[in-house]
Design a protein around this ligand. Structure first.
Ligand SMILES: NC(=O)C1=CN([C@@H]2O[C@H](COP(=O)(O)OP(=O)(O)OC[C@H]3O[C@@H](n4cnc5c(N)ncnc54)[C@H](O)[C@@H]3O)[C@@H](O)[C@H]2O)C=CC1
Ligand SMILES: O=C(O)C(=O)COP(=O)(O)O
Length: 533
């Protein structure tokens, strides 16, 4: 069945056409994002959801989205999406990180000019026939200090435009390198210095717990008297009532505001103030930007839904369409290695180490790690996938580490999983042969070559003669057909293991009979999601 996508905010028709061209069924309901009840009612039918900022993708909506696999944000900010809830449900969240950055930067510059010259008020007065030439006295931009808070993609474009306008640019951004600052022609400073020196301040950080309310009564008080503030990022970066007070007192001379604490903002104390220029979250609203983000989100979502390729995901490592088919058998391998340990470990896991040897070390190991972790905790949490596994493992306090090394043995490459609990350490290694099917090649340090099937029997025994016969007889007695039999031991007469690939689930009576044998220490039925042979 073709995947189905819902577009719940206004998006360029280009996106709709791309979905259709890729064989995806798409419903374009641009107003449904604002209708929470309706959205809840219909979301269960869709594999993909494409949004802008109007649709609030809450935990409740995600719970109702039984089939949802991907949420695509046609834009940058994903603060309207509950990423944690989506990740826990294994839903990928992707955005389009560059498509509207120039447009948004231009809007910030436009607001800066509009505030500096009081353009909207002058326009209104002129249209009213007042000709108030003496009322509107502006300030020049040339030679002024612009403070940019958050100098990422948008902040950097703003910086380049401001340098062109002959402004002196200061940037506060803990992640901005000195080299990048130099390249942009800005001076990297601490927030204190920026507040004290800037004639204009413009905000370009994402909304996070650290940036929420970054401009408040206390920080505003440290700004230069007469400062003008521009916000084209997110409303909650500024404590709105504190800005209103600072504007009323005259300490802040003007503000250009595109985003609000509460949107849609149909009523705000800011609207009553002079020298405030307001726009209704128009930062990204140009023809060019909307074409960019619509095309990009539709392509990314289609690639994921039809080919498993992942790009610009917030909660999943990237996988290109080219590497997806090559990676698939190794993702399966990583998953079955995790699934083996998950099924044979009864006590809580404390630590997991995943070793990538040889050719596997050059692969997309982040994706392989996620797959191994998904296999590992699936026996406890059935509804887990590569998106949700890392978060669930973290929630359980399990420490995960990754090791990569050059080829060390006869295999081109293999993956080894070591799991520690309070009682023991367990290891398992596996590889994929050219048939693309996973194989276990070492368990507990014992070498073997076991093809992995949907149903298996794992036996630990003492290395004594007659074991093959014994296992065969008991399986036969219980109508269990053996497709493949792999044995290994650490030394003659020492510890031995057997991995039996069997044609269906093994009855409990057979397990009971097996473990009752003196030479058998343990026998466990195992299941692996490998598809049929
Ligand atoms: N008004 C509108 O229509 C639009 C608004 N936006 C908003 O703009 C924001 C920024 O977008 P981009 O520049 O593309 O993001 P980005 O991720 O490229 O840049 C954000 C920068 O903020 C910095 N940052 C993070 N925490 C910080 C902190 N505590 N203090 C100072 N700097 C910090 C980061 O290091 C990064 O360099 C988006 O998150 C979105 O909310 C984006 C597009 C349109
Ligand atoms: O891309 C962003 O972060 C934006 O804020 C743009 O929002 P919009 O898509 O215009 O609702």
């Amino acid at each position: 069945m073709a995947p189905r996508v819902l577009v719940s905010d206004k998006l360029s028709p280009t996106a709709i056409q791309i979905f259709r061209d890729r064989g995806i069924e798409v419903d374009y309901l641009p107003d449904v994002g604002k209708d929470k009840e309706k959205l809840l009612e219909i979301i269960g039918q869709y594999d993909g959801l494409a949004v802008r900022s109007a649709t609030k993708v809450t935990e409740k909506l995600i719970k109702a989205a039984k089939n949802l696999k991907v949420i695509g944000r046609a834009g940058i900010g994903v603060d309207n999406i509950d990423i944690h809830a989506a990740s826990r449900r294994g839903i990928i969240v992707m955005n389009t990180p560059f498509g509207n950055s120039i447009t948004t930067a231009e809007h910030a510059i436009a607001l800066m000019f509009a505030v500096a010259r009081q353009l909207p008020e002058a326009d209104q007065s002129t249209r009213a026939g007042k000709w108030e030439k003496n009322r509107f006295m502006g300030v020049e931009i040339t030679g002024k200090v612009l403070g940019i808070i958050g100098c990422g993609n948008i902040g950097a474009v703003v910086a380049s435009r401001a340098v062109g306008l002959k402004m002196h640019v200061l940037a506060f951004d803990p992640f901005l390198s000195e080299a990048r600052a130099q390249e942009l022609g800005v001076r990297k400073v601490e927030l204190d210095e920026l507040l004290a020196k800037a004639d204009f301040i413009t905000l370009h950080t994402p909304l996070t717990d650290k940036t929420r309310g970054i401009l408040n009564a206390e920080t505003l008080a440290r700004t230069k008297p007469g400062v003008r503030i521009i916000n084209c990022a997110r409303g909650e970066l500024i404590v709105e009532k504190d800005l209103v007070e600072a504007l009323k007192s005259g300490h802040v001379a003007g503000a250009g505001i595109d985003v609000y604490e509460k949107e849609p903002a149909t009523d705000s104390a800011l609207f009553d103030l002079p020298n405030v220029v307001c726009t209704p979250h128009l930062g990204a609203s140009t023809t060019e930007a909307q074409e960019n983000v619509a095309r990009q989100v539709a392509e990314q979502m289609s690639e994921y839904l039809t080919k498993g390729a992942v790009s610009n995901a917030i909660n999943m490592p990237p996988i290109t369409a080219e590497e997806a088919p090559r990676l698939r058998p190794f993702i399966k391998l990583a998953e079955v290695l995790g699934a083996f340990v998950g099924q044979v470990t009864d006590e809580p896991i404390q630590e997991v180490e995943i070793l990538f040897d040889g050719s596997t070390a050059a692969m997309n190991t982040r994706a392989l790690m996620s797959a191994a972790l998904a296999g590992l905790i699936r026996p406890q949490v059935a509804d887990v996938n590569m998106v949700s596994a890392p978060i669930m493992v973290k929630e359980r306090g399990i420490i995960v580490s990754e090791v990569k090394r050059d080829k060390s043995g006869i295999f081109d490459g293999y993956i080894k999983l070591t799991v520690r609990t309070s009682l023991r350490e367990r290891t398992i290694a596996g590889t994929c042969f050219s048939d693309g099917r996973p194989r276990f090649i070492q368990i507990k340090g014992i070498n073997l070559d076991a093809e992995v099937g949907p149903n298996m029997l794992y036996v630990t025994n003492v290395d004594v003669p007659g074991m093959i016969g014994l296992l065969g007889t008991i399986c036969g007695k219980h109508q269990v057909n053996i497709a493949n039999f792999a044995l290994g031991r650490n030394r003659p007469g020492g510890d031995a293991i057997a991995m039996l690939y069997i044609d269906g689930p093994i009855p409990q009576a057979a397990i009971d009979e097996l473990v009752a044998q003196e030479s058998i220490k343990d026998a466990r039925p195992l299941e692996f999601n490998v598809g049929d042979a």
